[in-house]
Design a protein around this ligand. Structure first.
Ligand code: 2P0
Length: 362
């Protein structure tokens, strides 16, 4: 913890008994992937992502000052209106990791109400949006206890706390593009929190679209935490971490220059490399499904035939994220309906686009 003393809460200046905080925090899709970490939640390589918009978690935190001092956390958790004791260990673990930085969480009892805009167990990771939403609420409470906290500090600390909940969550606080992990060409970058991409995002990438094809909604056979762990002692790990660092450097230049073809090459290579790491882990595993590969083939064919700038990326799962410029919205939609919906479970897909991060809601 020593390194991050700047994030330890020190001076309470306001008295806060009870209240409510509601926020919405989005999911994000990595362009250069985070895969491999060291304790506690520090990435082995830097990653960069588009913040999403439609896919988000809404969380309401009701807080009430406890009457007696206690050394435990007190909270109840409702998911989509239903009390969910099974979700408690994740939040308990999160609170344990952040308590040194936000000690006041022991002084309150909480009721947490949370819901996702995307279907439950759709294979879309809810940890990024869920943990960033909860971190955002906790930081809003800190703000109420010390209203003079500068906004820049608050945003950075929110990302810092979110990371301790789930690595990729730290990239969901801001948008439209964020970078997590120290990178030699990006002086403000850090392993401890994400920072917004500071370059001028080229017009080609504004309102970039992400349509998520729900290929397989089943429970993943190998969780991301196990996958990250398998990068320890992985024969290609060292080269992979080096490659990710290089790809990130190139991608930040591409996001400014607007070279969409170069963007496609890096993004698709990153997706396949992520899954190649899984396939070459010991034990090895495959998260793609036959329909994942069918969609990839179709995307390549479509691009060759039409000159479209449509490309794909993958998360740690079978679903395919289709990325494309806003001016292709109509044509790609037609292509999806005609050629790709058949590969989606129950024909389901979600249309999203890049967004601007977590925010308070009424
Ligand atoms: C990413 N993924 O960069 C990569 C690409 C999945 C594939 O970060 O253990 O849920 O909570 O830090 O963030 C998924 O892993 O893992 C992930 P933890 P997380 O988005």
């Amino acid at each position: 913890m020593g390194e991050y003393r700047q994030f330890i809460f020190e001076k309470q200046t306001a008295i806060v008994d009870k209240g409510t905080i509601s926020c919405a925090a989005p999911s994000n899709i990595a362009l250069v992937k985070y895969w491999g970490k060291r304790p506690v939640q520090l990435p082995e390589n830097p990653s960069i992502s588009f913040t999403l918009d439609t896919c988000h978690t809404k969380t309401t935190l009701h807080y009430q000052k406890r009457t007696a001092q206690a050394d435990t956390f007190e909270f109840e958790l409702f998911f989509e209106g239903v009390l969910k004791p099974t979700f408690k260990p994740k939040v308990q673990n999160f609170f344990e990791r952040i308590v040194d930085y936000v000690p006041f969480i022991k002084e309150y009892s909480f009721v947490i109400e949370t819901e996702n805009t995307f279907p439950h167990s759709s294979g879309i990771a809810s940890s990024a949006s869920g943990m960033s939403a909860l971190a955002f609420c906790v930081m809003e409470l800190e703000q109420r206890l010390c209203p003079a906290t500068p906004a820049s500090y608050r945003i950075q600390k929110t990302s810092f706390l979110a990371r301790l909940g789930s690595g990729s969550a730290c990239r969901s606080i801001e948008g439209p593009v964020t970078i997590w992990g120290a990178h030699p060409q990006i002086p403000e970058s850090s392993d401890a929190y994400a920072v917004p991409f500071s370059g001028e995002l080229h017009a080609n990438f504004k309102q970039y679209q992400d349509t998520i094809l729900l290929i397989d909604k089943g429970e993943k056979q190998v969780s991301s935490s196990v996958g990250h762990d398998l990068m320890h002692g992985h024969p290609f790990a060292k080269e992979r971490f080096k490659q990710a660092t290089q790809n990130l450097g190139k991608l930040t230049e591409i996001l400014t220059s607007g070279d969409v073809d170069a963007f496609i090459t890096i993004v698709e290579s990153e997706a396949l490399t992520l899954h190649a790491m899984m396939m070459t882990s010991l034990p090895y595993f495959i998260l793609m499904k036959p329909h994942t590969l069918s969609v990839i083939q179709k995307v390549w064919q479509y691009r060759q035939e039409t000159g479209s700038k449509l490309c794909f990326t993958l998360d740690a799962g079978a679903n395919v994220h289709l990325l494309y410029p806003a001016n292709e919205k109509e044509s790609v939609k037609e292509f999806i309906v005609a050629e790709l919906v058949a590969y989606c479970q129950k024909g389901q897909y979600i249309c999203d686009e890049i967004g601007f991060g977590a925010k308070m809601i009424e």
